[in-house]
Ligand binder design. Structure first.
Ligand SMILES: [Zn+2]
Ligand SMILES: [Zn+2]
Length: 389
């Protein structure tokens, strides 16, 4: 029996429903390749993200067991770190590297993963659990403070769920609408979000920049980009965020920013409440560095260590927020900034925090108005089934 051998899919090959590894053969193969594939299957876990129904990715994501050791190890490591401040410094310094090493060791072949989203949500709920179980019984946190922290956690999750509704894929309806407009010779309407009072000539110039995605082979509006991780074209693509396991694009960029702001406010407030409870005599700014007697009680030491853990995560996300705000101020997406740097067509501004491409910027005020008023031009409210998780 001779099996038809399919050529290996190129990066821009839409043969499969989502991106395949370049060295992976198509769905059919000859006997030698079949043997090789079977041997590979025996040695490795089955490849994920290849050909198959779209819900397979969601199911395999849900069944992902490689994250379980992390969820067990994280509270364990935090408890060990709480034994002594030197252990705390050592473990908290090594923790980001450990997490990344574990991720690359277990997820080399994966495209989309719930690893970081699960880790983020688990950390959030674990910190809240410690706040309720260890800090509240001390009796020095008032009811309004408890409500503020609880509301912050709920709001963070709510904003995250809203962000997960999808980045705004370039849909068939969007292409169809553009095609009909071209046939009718109409002046195009705003597809990427713009200022109502802006000159229509600028919009026409943008509309003329509709291009064809080399991977999906679909016509897409200006500023849309192809996400190799999701295997789809996204309107006004900013970046693929591993922490939410989704792209950030035109439809969810505002809610992504809101999620960041709500989380950071909750985190900063929660850390300050915990430090006030643990070190009431110490000034808030110095309590994180010096809190005498905190290691005399294991529960206090654990909460103090978790305040440090939260501070490290918060600092990283504050940097992300600052970069996002800088990019929006110059009306440039993260993808455009990276492309401009690579092609040497942009200038670094604000001490290197932002890249000014000069292509879409209309001044600070108008750039923010455009960002806050842009609408999702796609019809489908949800991107795909895997985005539900
Ligand atoms: Zn594409
Ligand atoms: Zn993506």
């Amino acid at each position: 029996m001779k099996w038809e051998k399919l050529r290996p899919p190129e990066p821009d090959d839409p043969m499969c429903c989502c991106e395949c590894d370049i060295d992976q053969y198509g769905c059919c193969c000859d006997c030698e390749d079949l043997d090789g594939a079977f041997n590979r299957w025996l040695r490795e876990r089955p490849r994920e993200g290849g050909c198959g129904p779209p819900f397979r990715g969601a199911i395999t994501d849900k069944l992902e067991i490689s994250m379980i050791p992390v969820l067990v190890l994280l509270p364990l490591l935090l408890r060990v770190a709480a034994l002594h401040y030197l252990l705390g410094v050592l473990i908290l310094t090594a923790l980001p590297g450990l997490v990344l090493w574990y991720y690359y060791a277990t997820h080399r072949k994966k495209t989309r993963t719930l690893f970081f989203l699960t880790l983020a949500l688990f950390s959030l709920f674990y910190m809240y659990y410690l706040f309720v179980a260890e800090i509240l019984p001390r009796g020095d946190v008032g009811r309004p403070q408890q409500c503020a922290v609880t509301a912050g956690v709920i709001l963070t999750v709510g904003c995250l769920v809203h962000t997960k509704r999808g980045p705004g894929l370039v849909s068939a309806e969007l292409q169809g609408a553009q095609g009909r407009r071209q046939e009718a010779g109409e002046t195009p309407t705003r597809a990427h979000g713009s200022i109502p009072s802006a000159a229509s000539s600028a919009e026409e110039a943008l509309a003329a920049k509709w291009s064809t995605c080399p991977v999906c082979k679909i016509t897409r509006p200006p500023r849309a980009g192809h996400c190799r991780t999701c295997g789809s074209c996204v309107q006004r693509l900013d970046h693929h965020c591993i922490w939410i396991n989704s792209c950030v694009g035109q439809a969810n960029h505002r809610s992504f920013l809101l999620t960041l702001c709500v989380f950071l406010s909750t985190s900063l407030y929660g850390i300050s409440v915990v430090l006030r409870s643990l070190c009431p005599r110490q000034h808030l700014m110095t309590a994180l560095l010096y809190c005498p007697g905190v290691y005399s009680q294991s529960s206090m030491a654990l909460c103090f260590t978790c305040a440090w853990y939260s501070s490290i995560v918060t600092c990283g996300l504050i940097y992300l927020l600052v970069v996002q705000v800088a990019n929006i101020s110059f009306n440039v997406t993260e993808r455009e900034a990276q492309l401009a740097l690579r092609n040497k067509t942009g200038r670094r501004r604000l001490w290197g925090l932002a890249v000014d491409t000069g292509e879409f910027s209309r001044g600070f005020y108008h750039n923010w108005v455009e960002f806050l008023t842009m609408t999702d031009a796609s019809v489908a409210p949800r991107s795909s089934l895997p985005d539900l998780v």
